[in-house]
Ligand binder design. Structure first.
Ligand code: ATP
Ligand code: MG
Length: 228
């Protein structure tokens, strides 16, 4: 397989709305890290939801690991995402009344694939990730709704990284972090991605982070949707 992600003539509109995305061509090699920027409302989160199979494109091809997500059922896309993607959502999507550790290990519930990739017990690996993200052990058994927003963001990151997914997708993952935590977060994210040969697609407004990445793109460079 040549590319981890390959997009051809992808088109998407939200129901009842004007076309939002038309991406003639985009490819991502395994191991690449891409920073995507663009104004609020331009469709960055929408593109990530297509890349992860949460939404399905109206037309075109979107291949991940050689599988065309536009040809798969919703259920098959959900399984594919659970097995191959770690997603840090803009709104975290944590389970508020479950503990920090339960939230992190929830990444494994629906994926035998991720469970099999662990080289140590799930809780041990989860604790390693939480420690590297500077989340103290006193927090591990707390329900996540008691954590600050910046702490919750790091729990979401640990959940996304657990089980060594081929692709990590991060939607504004540093927006609630202070400078120190942001630096620790980026260090962990890049270390983990390198360690597990994960590719990274990262959306942010924070241009100070651009030098970390192998490629920096504006959504407007990819998207011809608004001009046709
Ligand atoms: N679930 C949805 N249903 C209908 N329309 C949506 C939905 N999510 C997003 N949109 C619309 O799609 C457009 C792009 O939204 P999107 O969230 O992708 O932008 P964004 O670039 O991620 O913005 P931000 O930087 O503020 O996060 C907006 O006009 C928005 O109203
Ligand atoms: Mg967004």
């Amino acid at each position: 397989m040549k590319h981890l992600v390959s997009i051809n003539q992808l088109k998407f509109a939200w129901p009842g709305q004007a076309p939002l995305l038309h991406i003639p061509h985009f490819e991502l090699a395994a191991g690449e890290s891409v920073f995507i920027k663009g104004p609020s409302g331009s469709g960055k989160s929408t593109l990530l939801s297509l890349l992860s199979g949460i939404q399905r494109a109206n037309q075109g091809q979107l291949c991940l690991l050689g599988n065309d997500l536009t040809q798969m059922s919703g259920r098959a896309r959900d399984q594919f995402r659970a097995d191959h993607i770690g997603y840090i959502f803009q709104q975290f999507n944590l389970l508020p009344f479950l503990s920090v550790l339960e939230n992190v290990t929830s990444a494994l519930i629906f994926s035998r694939n991720k469970r099999q990739r662990l080289t140590q017990p799930a809780a041990t690996e989860a604790k390693r990730l939480l420690t590297e993200l500077q989340l103290a052990p006193e927090l591990w058994l707390q329900p996540v709704h008691r954590l600050s927003i910046g702490q919750q963001q790091r729990v979401a990151a640990a959940r996304a990284l657990l089980g060594r997914p081929e692709l990590v997708i991060a939607d504004e993952p540093t927006s609630a972090l202070d400078t120190d935590n942001r630096a620790a977060f980026m260090r962990l994210l890049f270390n983990e991605c390198q360690r597990q040969h994960s590719s990274l697609i990262f959306v942010s407004h924070d241009s100070a982070l651009e030098p970390h990445f192998t490629r920096v793109l504006s959504l407007s460079d990819l998207n011809k949707g608004l001009t046709c």
